[in-house]
Design a protein. Structure first.
Length: 333
């Protein structure tokens, strides 16, 4: 195999998109000059039937693969609760030992964990199965809300479409952002969602409270993050005291009004920075106020500065980058 050999493991019951998303990304990258070869294998070299019923013809048996650079293990709806497909765990274990990188898509993380590759590592998987992964493999630090997680040479990603984000991130790491951007344009997808980005927006992961008076409050925050969402203003909007509002937030959402508003504003600021907005502009438009306030919030929640986040994940590439203040950005003390 020449270049970086990408090996995707298929098996009976595998989810079709978990297989095809990495295949499409890496073969498209190869077609545009990337140094990749792509092999689809199965434990015994037999063709497989996916969970959708589609048959996939594989290129090789796992033991025939030599010199793998990156092993990708897709997921299956059956993996979390049913026995492993015959020979899968042994094939992954053997191939992982010969690979520079190992990655999983969706519930493929269960196979990596079963092979001991996630012991003592951070990992993620589909949100629906994250708690089960944590219980089944207590030595793995599961991050249930991330798009993808990297810990050393091992990468894990969330459900289904997150395989695109993970694969594009690897292309960018290997070949640079220009090629990754061209692949994303060819596939008509975003360059990539940040690995630490939530699998859901704040609104999507906030339960709809049965207490009707909270619903207009939450809707108002989501619709206008930069609006006046102080505790008194929110309480007045709901027609109750600030103390009662705080009690309902604790009971219904396991949060506080201030923490919820900050989460929504952080999400808005991230979207603005990804679109190319300046740090000062993102702070003002998201409702977080000053650039210094934005830096403190970013550092507390994400462990990096807004400028570093924007430079890493900015998807708006046309035109000059918005001007920043001349002062050097520092991590908040």
């Amino acid at each position: 195999m020449s270049g970086r050999a990408i090996v995707v493991m298929a098996y009976d019951g595998v989810r079709l998109l978990d297989v095809t998303a990495p295949l499409e990304v890496f073969t498209t990258a190869a077609g545009q000059g990337g140094a990749y070869t792509v092999t689809l294998c199965s434990p015994a070299g037999l063709d497989v039937r996916t969970s959708a019923g589609t048959r996939l013809r594989v290129d090789a048996a796992a033991h025939e693969v030599r010199g793998a650079h990156t092993l990708v293990v897709p997921g299956s709806p059956d993996l979390p609760r049913r026995p492993w497909p015959e020979g899968l765990l042994e094939a992954v274990d053997a191939l992982a030992g010969r690979s520079e990188r190992v990655a999983s898509v969706c519930t493929g993380a269960f196979v990596l964990a079963g092979a001991g590759l996630l012991e003592g590592r951070r990992a993620t998987t589909h949100w629906r199965h994250a708690a089960l992964l944590a219980r089944a493999f207590p030595g793995t630090r599961v991050e249930p809300d991330a798009i993808y997680v990297r810990d050393g040479r091992v990468l894990t990603s969330a459900g289904v479409s997150a395989g695109l984000d993970l694969s594009l991130a690897l292309v960018e790491e290997d070949e640079g952002s220009d090629l990754a951007r061209e692949v994303a344009r060819d596939l008509v997808v975003f360059l990539q969602r940040p690995g630490g980005q939530s699998q859901f927006s704040v609104a999507a992961r906030t339960p709809r409270p049965p207490h009707d008076v909270l619903r207009p409050v939450l809707d108002a925050v989501a619709a206008d993050p930069a609006g006046d969402h102080s505790a008194p203003a929110m309480a007045a909007r709901a027609g109750m005291s600030t103390r009662h509002l705080s009690r309902l937030f604790r009971e219904r959402l396991d949060s506080t009004p201030a923490a919820h508003v900050e989460s929504v504003r952080l999400e808005a600021a991230r979207a603005l920075l990804e679109a190319g907005e300046s740090v000062a502009g993102a702070a003002e438009r998201s409702g977080l106020g000053s650039g210094e306030s934005l830096r403190r919030v970013f550092w507390r929640h994400l462990g990096l500065t807004p400028s570093a986040y924007r430079d890493r994940f900015r998807t708006a590439r046309r035109g000059p980058r918005p001007a920043e203040p001349p002062a050097r950005e520092r991590a908040p003390r």
